[in-house]
Design a protein around this ligand. Structure first.
Ligand code: GLC
Length: 845
């Protein structure tokens, strides 16, 4: 196969041919000919075998290749796909519209219709190793991993692991493996192609050398998945392994958690969120509410009235999510343990005992349908108290001590295997998948929309659960790692992902917490969480400036909730992650393939969170097209790299032209582009002098950046937005679409509410970066309320403070501390600010 061949018919080209098929394709491409690769597929058929290798064409652009005797059997596959009815076969070849797979002399080669070789001379060895020649491409995906987007360059282990390192209070940089095992490789050179290796046993995929090497024990089932877009690969993969569950809308809000909240803490925190007007939809119960860490219990001393507590929290608009750990305390006489006895994994005729939070514990065999039913009945008990969602933790499954070693239930313990007897060696990686299934089905059986969060998982986990990145330490590298890790999970079919906002180990500085919360506010799942025995990580614990920024980000998330819901619906239909790398949307832009510190939130919002300590500026790459800064409506044309100045309150977000963004209160934000766009049932088509919009239902439509309007509709020339209340159907807006000033002057209205006793004279002033910090007076418009307008020459961010005409009378916090500069004016808005105190009433000048 490695003979050097001279190819003829294309003058002057000598190539190192690997396989005949491949060489002739290289030749055809090199000669610029457009000829289909030769094939010996001369008859209908969907299956070829040679030796112990079988390839089978499945509907949906997928070929399954089994290396090893016997028939494939899988826990990951949702619905076994039908054979591809259009496939053809030859003696050694299988041909589908998407690819050709050849098994010859023990080597497997897969070639796409465009000639790209995607599996090159794959050869299985009897010891369970599968080797193939590495391609010059990137490999995305592989589930939950450290590192950048491209996973080439090292070996990755598939073995669900609680990688907690007590020295750093979480997992280490470069830690591998972590909690989840999702063996989906998304290969990408100029087009995308997937390889899903459906093996739950311990496995290593090495992507570091001239050969890619998969090492495991036993047969290997691989699914070769056609692209050509990354989105196509994930769509086909989630058709195979199951579409993601769409969460209830409250689950897309902001959640607050910590290990250790008492009943009184929870009530106080709920009140504080409302007092400070910081949006949040859910509070979490970690293991502290349990009686001696027994799952499905509440401690009667410390949580005497769970139902009442949950009702009171509900009356303030909070759902409650409770943790249920798999390790069940060995405690004869306790009904949960007693009823679990028939369902626990066994050793020597008795329940296998491992150590978990409650001490010696038994573990259900979730691969048994009866055990799933038992667990589901217990989940129903928790839900009967009013709990709205279930958190599945330490389900790798972990036995203690933790410590990075990945202690777990021994490999030789027998398991039911959902109808085919097996052992933990095979069930380990799928343990959480079965537990999540039991939990999801128990909630769904009540007619409720399930919300399940699972730490561990295998391919297919998206059908049942969202996930988070586990115990990420509260460090800057932990924050920086979080975004590419979420993006990698998204490209592995898991769209609802998040991280412990602020980091798990605790003690985040105000800056680290603020940056993490900003990232969290645009993460699909947004939950602040922290370990026990350290300060809480509620948004108000980090000073007034962070509290204000938190309010803005979380209000922005609340405003965008209908957009997030539409994205979650899209995920449930196509597997597309809510948060996706730039390469997902801009696959043909060669400069985005490795960008892992920016992301697209759905097709329309480019987010560039700040991930570096002390950053005062950050560079942002904007691909081709027009981009509107979300806060200011100022626009920039890409492709370009811009430098933006940063404040604590900065979370740069750019809206892509063409955007259709449903927001709260039935508002639809439209940023017209040059091409027809569709989203959430809305369609926008450009016209020579305006746009045509089709709506599936009534909306208040806001069309951005439409200068010099010639329309009957109300038009805000200052904001350059047309606002229309419109019912379902099609309508047109006519305006002049040319704009010569990308950052127009904007008028800002200040409305200031002052504390009781503030004298009328001198009046309230605004001192700002707009006026070189001189003090400019406002007029009194009502008792205690002053108002005035300013023109900012260009839409830009400004800082300001409120005074009574001089720095001796500058505003102060309620405790007379220094009030931080107010910020975030970049668009024509009305600012409504309240002053707590004036400096001269604090007596400290
Ligand atoms: C695990 C979880 C963490 C939780 C803790 C206690 O470490 O990852 O989130 O707080 O267990 O239940």
């Amino acid at each position: 196969m490695r003979a050097r061949v001279m190819l003829h018919g294309c003058a002057g080209i000598a190539l190192d041919g690997l396989a005949r098929v491949r060489a002739s394709i290289v030749l055809l491409v090199a000669c610029g000919q457009n000829v289909a690769p030769p094939s010996d597929c001369d008859r209908p058929g969907s299956r070829v075998s040679a030796g112990n290798v079988t390839a089978e064409a499945l509907a949906g652009g997928i070929v399954r290749v089994r290396y090893g005797a016997g028939e494939a059997s899988s826990w990951a596959i949702a619905l076994p796909p039908a054979p591809d009815p259009d496939a053809r076969v030859g003696d050694k070849t299988l041909c589908t519209a998407a690819m050709t797979v050849r098994i010859e002399g023990g080597l497997v080669t897969a070639t796409l219709a465009d000639g790209t070789v995607v599996v090159d001379d794959a050869r299985p060895y009897a010891d369970g190793t599968l080797v193939r020649t590495a391609q010059r491409d990137r490999v995305y995906g592989l589930g939950e991993r450290t590192g950048g987007l491209d996973k080439r360059g090292r070996a990755w282990t598939f073995w669900n692991t609680d990688a907690y390192d007590p020295d750093i209070g979480g997992w280490k940089p470069d830690q591998d493996p972590l909690y989840q095992s999702i063996p989906l490789e998304v290969h990408f050179a100029t087009s995308a192609f997937g390889i899903f290796t459906d093996v739950t046993r311990r496995m290593v995929i090495e992507l570091g050398g001239a050969e890619d090497r998969i090492t495991t024990v036993g047969p290997i089932d691989q699914y070769l998945i056609a692209g050509p877009r990354i989105a196509d690969v994930v769509d086909r993969y989630t058709q195979l392994t199951g579409r993601p569950a769409a969460p209830p809308s409250w689950a897309l809000g902001f959640h607050q958690s910590r290990w250790g909240y008492s009943q009184a803490d929870l009530e106080a925190i709920a009140a504080r969120f409302r007092e400070l007007d910081i949006p949040a939809t859910a509070l979490w119960l970690d293991i502290q509410h349990m009686r001696g860490f027994r799952s499905f219990t509440f401690d009667p001393q410390t949580f005497p009235d769970p139902r009442g507590l949950i009702e009171r929290l509900a009356s303030r608009g909070f759902r409650v999510v409770a943790i249920e750990d798999p390790g069940i305390k060995i405690d004869p006489g306790w009904d949960v343990y007693d009823s679990g006895l028939p369902h626990f994994l066994q050793r020597d005729g008795a329940a296998y005992q491992g150590v978990a939070w409650p001490g010696p514990s038994a573990f259900a065999d979730f691969s048994s349908p009866a055990a799933r039913q038992w667990w589901g009945d217990l989940v129903a008990r928790t839900l009967d108290l009013g709990v709205a969602g279930i958190w599945l933790d330490v389900n790798e499954p972990t036995t203690f001590p933790e410590g990075g070693g990945g202690n777990t239930i021994p490999d030789d313990i027998a398991a039911v295997g959902d109808g085919r007897a097996t052992t933990m060696a095979e069930l380990h990686n799928a343990y959480a998948l079965f537990q999540a299934r039991a939990t999801y089905e128990a909630i769904a059986a009540r007619g409720e929309q399930p919300f399940v969060l699972s730490r561990a998982g295998y391919a297919g986990i998206q059908r049942y659960a969202a996930t988070w990145t586990g115990d990420t330490p509260s460090t800057w590298w932990g924050l920086r790692q979080t975004l590419p890790m979420m993006l990698g999970l998204g490209m592995s079919g898991v769209p609802i992902v998040g991280s412990d906002i602020g980091g798990y180990s605790g003690g985040a500085s105000p800056e680290l917490y603020a940056r993490w919360l900003a990232l969290g506010s645009i993460s699909p799942f947004a939950r602040a969480h922290v370990t026990a025995g350290v300060p809480g990580q509620e948004p108000w614990q980090f000073g007034a400036e962070v509290t204000d920024a938190a309010r803005e980000w979380l209000k922005q998330r609340e405003r965008l909730l209908p957009y997030l819901i539409a994205l979650a619906d899209e995920a449930a239909r196509t597997g597309a992650p809510l948060l996706r790398p730039l390469v997902w949307e801009f696959q043909d832009d060669t400069s985005v393939a490795d960008i892992g510190d920016e992301a697209m939130l759905g097709p329309w919002l480019l987010v560039a969170p700040v991930l570096d300590e002390g950053a005062t500026t950050r560079q942002i790459y904007l691909p081709a097209g027009r981009w509107f800064e979300l806060a200011s409506d100022a626009y920039v044309d890409g492709p370009t790299t811009i430098d933006v100045p940063l404040r604590i309150a900065s979370l740069p977000i750019y809206v892509r032209a063409g955007a259709i963004i449903p927001t709260a209160e039935d508002v639809l934000e439209i940023y017209p582009g040059d091409e027809r766009s569709r989203f959430a049932g809305v369609e926008v088509e450009p016209l020579a002098d305006g746009i045509r919009i089709s709506l599936p239902r009534a909306y208040r439509v806001r069309v951005h950046r439409v200068d010099r309007a010639v329309t009957a509709y109300p038009y805000d020339a200052n904001a350059r937005v047309i606002e229309v209340l419109q019912g379902a159907g099609t309508f047109e807006l006519h305006y002049d679409r040319t704009l010569d000033e990308p950052r127009p002057p904007v008028t800002v209205t200040f409305e200031v509410h002052v504390p009781d006793g503030t004298p009328l004279d001198p009046p309230i002033h605004v001192a700002s970066s707009l006026t070189a910090w001189t003090h400019v007076p406002l007029a009194w418009v009502a008792p205690g309320v002053a108002r005035g307008t300013f023109v900012a020459t260009r839409g830009e961010w400004i800082d300001y403070k409120l005074t009574r005409g001089s720095w001796q009378t500058v505003e102060k916090l309620a405790d007379c501390g220094e009030a931080p500069n107010r910020t975030r004016i970049a668009s024509a808005t009305t600012r409504i600010d309240s002053v707590a105190k004036w400096r001269d009433s604090c007596g400290n000048y």
